[in-house]
Design a protein around this ligand. Structure first.
Ligand code: FES
Ligand code: FES
Length: 170
């Protein structure tokens, strides 16, 4: 089997029923997708498959043979963050960070699909993504800011305080 992972053509050695989550984490060493519930209920494992957000824990790798897979590592780097990554940083939309990769990938799919800054629409797009830390408000604010095409000063948070720590973003 073959996948294009974050733009790199990759031959997959794992068995056909191995989950995409395990292929990413265990075979390829790409660890942004998190193993949360592993039952489709938390969203922590979400990645893009051919541009659509998908629970990688429920995706047998054989079912997406030949697909393009994007993870947070494919959105941008610490030096060149994507708009979604910048917005999550600026709006302090991550605390422990466990949900953050999945949230970002769902947000990326929403933005690429032309999503607006309407908070109800964003809530729907992120539905099923569980966060135990943030209360969701800052996450929704971050996605809305990207939808409005805002640019972000990463030296300060949205509250105007100096940025010191974005814990768990990796
Ligand atoms: S780990 Fe896949 S949805 Fe929870
Ligand atoms: S679960 Fe901790 S930041 Fe969402």
């Amino acid at each position: 089997m073959n996948l294009t992972v974050n733009g790199v053509d990759t031959t997959i050695e794992s068995g056909p029923l191995t989950s995409l989550l395990d292929v990413l984490r265990e075979e390829l060493g790409i660890t942004s997708a998190k193993a949360g519930c592993e039952q489709g209920g938390c969203g922590a494992c979400t990645v893009l498959v051919n541009g659509a957000s998908r629970r990688s824990c429920l995706t047998p790798v054989a079912s997406i043979d030949g697909a393009a897979v994007t993870t947070v590592e494919g959105l941008g780097s610490p030096e060149h963050m994507s708009p979604v990554q910048q917005a999550f940083t600026h709006h302090y939309a991550a605390q422990c960070g466990f949900c953050t990769s999945g949230m970002m990938m769902a947000a990326q799919a929403y933005i690429e699909g032309g999503g607006s800054d309407d908070h109800e629409a964003i809530q729907e797009a992120l539905g099923g993504h569980v966060c135990r830390c943030t209360g969701y408000v800052k996450i929704i604010d971050a996605v809305a800011a990207v939808a409005r095409g805002e640019s972000f000063d990463l030296s300060v948070t949205a509250a105007g305080t100096a940025m010191t720590n974005i814990g768990g973003m990796a």
